[in-house]
Each structure stands twice: as structure tokens, then as C-alpha cells.
Design a protein. Structure first.
Length: 671
């Protein structure tokens, strides 16, 4: 059987990556008549061992800073009709489309094919950009790789088939504030040397601009972008001219001099009359510039031009293929980060001009059919609702009838007499969205309108609900808290665990912000501890609460246990031991520092034991409390610091450092 496809792979010294790459190729090699050629560019013996499980064609290669030389080492052994080349840090999501391309015979109609390279920008795999990589070509005797870096296989033969299959690639991830410095340094060295040897080879300028952009070196990127454009005047270099024009537009914006960037981009549009894809980049960038310059009508104008050009391209889809070059592609220009950002920006610009018709137009272009996409805009909708209250009602009518955001707004504005309708709207909204921003508002509205809470909160997982309950309790003003207690009463009958977490939040707020003292404080503290321990005792077996295993319990549980033990010691008048337990508890829940301070104050005032209050344990705890207070001041958490300061001053009335901290706090809160 003839070999339809030769697969050549460069293998560095990363066994785990190689194994993953080869495993992703296995379905393709099992179905399509293939050969695999592994070119070893490293020295790890483990690489040969792994590769030998998949092929006998293993080529040792001494690295010489020339990617084309390494690729050609594999190419020379290829016998297939077609050739696919890949790196060991890439792996296919699914090769079914490639299999069908060959098995159906469709490959005979084409001279080359592309697939997507998904380049991730962070390790959690949520932020990425897709690049259409030309990695599959029909082999001819003249086939060879050129360029020491960013190699390409020549000659090329059209037509080209664009496949939707993609490889994962994490090779460009930045290391926090630094780029992948080893790869960037290697690439720049090779590119600069090749530019020195071949100053008129345009592709090198395109590639070095990308390297400097990755390093956020805008000056160097712009310098080489302009140099490259000088060599792009020939017709056959038109794709590179487009790419560099788009790069220059983005680079002048990235430098932050917006009036100068505006002038430069308008000059490009006026003098060079670039193609539609470059104009799309220009319109998008001008839209952002005019927003920065607070010129909403101009921003809106270029938003309209952007959409008109995009619609023209979609009516003439062959233009996408004709005009794309590298990262200047349909994939980039239609990426949600760019596409939806300009649309929501234009909604706001239209509202700022009082133009609800245009606002509705851009609003209609958002991804309403994808809740996971649209929910990212809910906080922006709320911002627009507050800022343009007199106009927002008009554009709200343009929301799809089943939009969870619209359902919530309808519930909020439902008359108090229509409680069943409000309840149904809130429940439906809760079922239809995964947006925490919206879920939080649904719960808050249910509490304030005294709607049934059980049917709403049971949608939450417990930990998720715990966060929501705590935030709602802390955000509501004191005047609204009775409604939360009322909601808790009915919730206890229908959703015990959810009720327990809501009660936990309420009792914590009462302790921290209720200014309780004496026996009332002790009683509230016991109720709070009871909530914590009841919640965790329902989840863990009793054995976990024994001394040896209790250290494996969550911090909040251990905090509650230590407070409970401290109260017992207080009742037994074992004051030094009570203080020791409180010192041990404090790091487990710093947010309860003020509560522990109050308990210490009570120990002094209730039991009138000067010796105990001035003992070593008290002094150590006081120092620890001052550290916590100092941290609050550094973080400008003045509201939280006020009660702590009040309690600590009563404990340390002669402390001069504390006196200075008190004055600083008073001055800051008075500003």
C-alpha cells in the first residue's frame, strides 16, 4: 500500500511532551497509510526509547541553530504523497478530520492544507489565540525547508484546504511578567543574524516584530516593522505588507500616545488604502483610541465602519482566504476578545450620545445564544443601567425574551401584588444562568422582596452558597437585616444546610458589627460557634474531631473548636489557658480579630484579675493583635480597623505606638 502521509516530528529532551504528542497522532497513523519520522534534536536516551514504540525511523540530529536543517533531515526520508511536520510540544485534539481528508480521497484535489495552532497564554487553558498553520503539503522532488528560524516548506502549490482540526500549544506562555525568555532570546539571536545576512528577506521582519511584541518592546517592534515595510513594495510581497501594516497600527496604539497613533493610522488609511482585513484592524484600533480620548461620536463612527466591513467580508468569504497572512486572519479578527469588546464599547458610546437606535444595533450583535459568553457582560449591563438610567429601559426591550438578565430586571420591577409572577421569574433566572453576578442579585432580590428562598438557593452547591450568603449579609444595610432573618426562618424548614450557612453569616456579622458587650456578646458568640460546629459535624465523622485528626479539618472548623474550648476555660476561670487558645485561634480567622479582642477585654473586666491581664500570654496576644491592626492599616481597610482599634486601646491604654496608629486611622477616615 502506498504511503499517503509522512509525519515528521522534532523531538527535544522532553519525554512527557513527546509521549503526549505521539499519543495524539496514534489514531491518524492507525487509519491512514502513514509513516512516522522522529528527528532527535536532544540527547536524552529516554526520547529514543519512547519514539521506538511508535516508529523505527529515528534520526539523530546535532542541533546547529537551524530549524530548516533539522526539518530537512526528516524530509529526506519521507516517502509519502503528503508531508505533515509537527513539534513535540504540540498535540492534536482530534485527528478525525485529517483522517477523512485522506481516506475520502479529498486530498488529491489540493496542494496544501492548514490546521489551527491553538496558542495558550496561560496555564489554565482559558486564554488563547488561534493561528492557521500551514503544516501539510503535497510532496514534490523539489520540496525543501528554508530559513534557520520560522522555517517554511517550499515550493507551495494551491489550492489550499483549511481544516478545523487544531493542535494545543503552550510554548508561548509568559512566565508571570516575563516572556518565555529562553525561547525569545534564541529566536531573536537567529533572526537578527539572518537579517544581517539577508536584509531584504521580508519574512524575517514579520517574525522579529512578533518576538519584540511578545517581549513588550514596542520601540524595537515598531523599528523593525517600519524597516520591513520598506522591502514590501513588490506585488508578491503583498501578504507581508498587509501583516506589517496591521502590526504597525497595533504598535503605535500600544505605545500609549493616542493623538499620535490616531494621526498615523489615518495616514495609513488615506495614503495606502489597505485591504479590508487591515482596515478592520485600523477601525478597531481607532474605536479604542477615540474611547480613550473621550470622543464617543468618532468611536461610534468607526464601530459602524468595522461592522460594515465585517459584513462585506462575510458576504464575500473568499476575501478572508485571499487577504490573510499569518496572525492577520479571520480567526484573529473574529476572536471574541476583539469582536464582542468593540460591540459592547459601541453600545456605551451610543448611549453616551443618546443614540438608542445604534445602541440596540450593537447590542443585537452580542452572542445571545451562548449563555457562557453573554454572562461576562452582565456587570457591564448593570454599569450601563446605573449610568444611563433614562435610556436603559429602551434598550432593555431589545434583550431576548429568554435572557436571564431580562428575567431578573422584570422580577425587580414586578409589582408587590404579583408575588407569584416575581417568584417564577426569579426561579427561572436562577435555573438559566451560571453567572455568579446574576445569581447573587437573584438571591438578594428574593430576600428583599420576601420571595421563597428555598427554591432559589438550592441551585447552589454549598460552598458556592456559603460565599454568596456571606457577601449578601455583609453588603446589606442594617435596616434590611430583619428581612434576612425572616428568610432564614422559612429556609430552615426547607433547606437545612443552606439555612445553617446563612445563619452563620448573620451571626458573624452581628458579632463583628453589632457592638455587643458582656453576657449578650458571650451568648452571641456561643450561637456563632454552634453554627460552625453543627455545619462541620454534619459533614465529618466524630473521629475527625479528636485531637490527633482535628488538624485535618478546615480552618474555620478548627477556629470554632478553639473558641469553644476557650469559652469553657473562661467559665472554669482558667484564664491563661483561655488566652493561649485565643492566640492559637487568631491566625485561623484574622477577620474575627475584633471579636477575639472583645473577649480579651471581657476577661479583664469581668474577672478583675490584673495579674492575668498583664501576664506574658496577654502581652504576646496584644503584640499579635497590633500586627493584625497594622496590616489592616497598610491595606487601607479602615472600616474593619475601627472596632479593632477601639478594643485594643482599652487593652493597651499606655501604648504610644498604638496612640500614633489611632491618630493615623482617625486622620485617614476623616479625609
Amino acid at each position: 500500500m502506498d504511503i499517503q502521509l509522512s509525519i515528521s516530528l522534532l523531538a527535544s529532551d522532553c519525554p512527557a511532551a513527546l509521549e503526549r504528542c505521539l499519543n495524539s497522532l496514534k489514531p491518524l497513523m492507525m487509519q491512514v497509510p502513514c509513516e512516522l519520522i522522529v528527528v532527535m534534536t536532544g540527547t536524552d536516551k529516554k526520547i529514543r526509547e519512547i519514539a521506538s514504540n511508535y516508529t523505527e525511523q529515528i534520526v539523530p540530529f546535532t542541533w546547529c541553530d537551524d530549524f530548516s536543517a533539522a526539518r530537512n533531515a526528516g524530509l529526506r526520508l519521507a516517502h509519502g504523497e503528503w508531508f505533515l511536520y509537527i513539534d513535540d510540544d504540540e498535540w492534536f485534539e482530534d485527528t478525525a478530520e485529517i483522517c477523512n481528508f485522506f481516506l475520502s480521497g479529498e486530498y488529491r484535489k489540493y496542494g496544501e492544507a492548514t490546521y489551527k495552532q491553538r496558542n495558550y497564554l496561560d496555564w489554565d487553558g482559558t486564554v488563547y489565540s488561534d493561528f492557521r498553520a500551514l503544516r501539510m503539503v503535497r510532496l514534490v522532488p523539489e520540496s525543501r525547508f528554508i530559513n534557520p528560524i520560522h522555517e517554511e516548506l517550499v515550493p507551495r502549490y494551491t489550492p489550499c484546504k483549511d481544516l478545523d482540526v487544531f493542535v494545543h500549544h503552550y510554548g508561548y506562555i509568559k512566565n508571570k511578567k516575563r516572556v518565555n525568555t529562553e525561547k525569545a532570546s534564541r529566536n531573536l539571536t537567529l533572526l537578527l543574524e539572518d537579517i544581517r545576512k539577508r536584509p531584504s528577506y521580508t519574512k524575517n521582519y514579520v517574525q522579529i516584530v512578533q518576538e519584540y511584541r511578545q517581549a513588550h518592546d514596542w520601540e524595537k517592534a515598531e523599528e523593525y516593522c517600519r524597516k520591513g515595510l520598506k522591502y514590501c513594495r513588490k506585488a508578491e510581497l503583498l501578504p507581508f505588507r498587509r501583516w506589517l501594516q496591521a502590526d504597525l497600527i497595533e504598535l503605535v496604539y500600544a505605545k500609549g500616545d493616542y493623538p499620535k497613533a490616531e494621526e498615523e493610522i489615518l495616514t495609513i488609511l488615506r495614503q495606502y488604502k489597505p485591504c479590508e482585513m487591515v482596515r478592520l484592524v485600523a477601525y478597531l484600533t481607532l474605536n479604542k483610541i477615540y474611547i480613550k480620548l473621550h470622543r464617543p461620536e468618532d468611536a461610534l463612527s468607526y464601530g459602524v465602519r468595522y461592522e460594515e466591513t465585517l459584513a462585506y467580508m462575510d458576504r464575500n468569504p473568499e476575501l478572508w482566504r485571499q487577504q490573510e497572512c499569518g496572525y492577520l486572519s479571520e480567526l484573529k479578527l473574529k476572536h471574541p476578545n476583539a469582536l464582542y469588546k468593540i460591540r459592547i464599547n459601541c453600545v456605551e458610546q451610543a448611549l453616551s450620545c443618546g443614540n438608542t437606535e445604534q445602541a440596540i444595533f450593537f447590542l443585537s450583535l452580542l452572542p445571545w445564544g451562548e449563555e457562557t459568553e453573554i454572562q461576562g457582560f452582565y456587570p457591564i449591563f448593570d454599569f450601563l443601567k446605573d449610568k444611563y438610567a433614562d435610556l436603559f429601559g429602551d434598550i432593555l426591550k431589545a434583550f431576548p425574551a429568554d435572557s436571564p438578565y431580562l428575567l431578573l430586571q422584570q422580577a425587580i420591577h414586578t409589582a408587590d401584588t404579583e408575588t407569584k409572577e416575581r417568584q417564577a421569574l426569579l426561579e427561572r433566572c436562577m435555573r438559566d444562568t451560571q453567572s455568579y453576578h446574576l445569581q447573587y442579585q437573584v438571591v438578594k432580590e428574593a430576600i428583599l422582596s420576601k420571595a421563597g428562598l428555598a427554591e432559589i438557593v438550592t441551585v447552589f452547591e454549598l460552598e458556592h452558597w456559603k460565599t454568596c450568603a456571606a457577601e449578601i449579609v455583609n453588603d446589606l444595610p442594617d435596616t434590611e437585616l430583619p428581612k434576612v432573618w425572616d428568610a432564614l426562618t422559612s429556609l430552615k424548614r426547607q433547606a437545612g444546610f443552606h439555612a445553617l450557612l446563612l445563619e452563620w453569616g448573620l451571626r458573624e456579622r452581628r458579632l463583628i458589627r453589632g457592638y455587643l458587650t458582656g453576657h449578650e456578646f458571650i451568648h452571641a458568640l456561643k450561637k456563632y460557634i454552634e453554627c460552625i460546629l453543627t455545619y462541620y459535624r454534619e459533614q465529618y465523622c466524630e473521629e475527625m474531631f479528636q485531637d490527633e485528626k482535628s488538624k485535618f479539618l478546615p480552618k474555620e472548623c478548627r477556629f470554632g473548636m478553639l473558641l469553644s474550648d476557650a469559652l469553657q476555660k473562661l467559665e472554669l476561670m482558667e484564664l491563661p489557658e483561655a488566652v493561649r487558645l485565643l492566640r492559637e485561634a487568631l491566625p485561623l480567622n484574622p477577620g474575627m480579630t475584633g471579636v477575639i479582642h472583645e473577649l480579651i477585654r471581657l476577661i479583664k473586666n469581668l474577672h478583675r484579675n490584673p495579674a492575668a491581664s498583664t501576664g506574658e500570654e496577654f502581652q504576646e496576644l496584644a503584640a499579635q493583635m497590633k500586627d493584625v491592626l497594622s496590616s489592616m492599616l497598610r491595606k487601607k481597610e479602615y472600616i474593619q480597623a475601627l472596632p479593632v482599634m477601639q478594643q485594643l486601646c482599652s487593652l493597651l491604654p499606655d501604648d504610644l505606638e498604638l496612640l500614633r496608629m489611632r491618630q493615623r486611622l482617625l486622620l485617614e477616615t476623616d479625609v
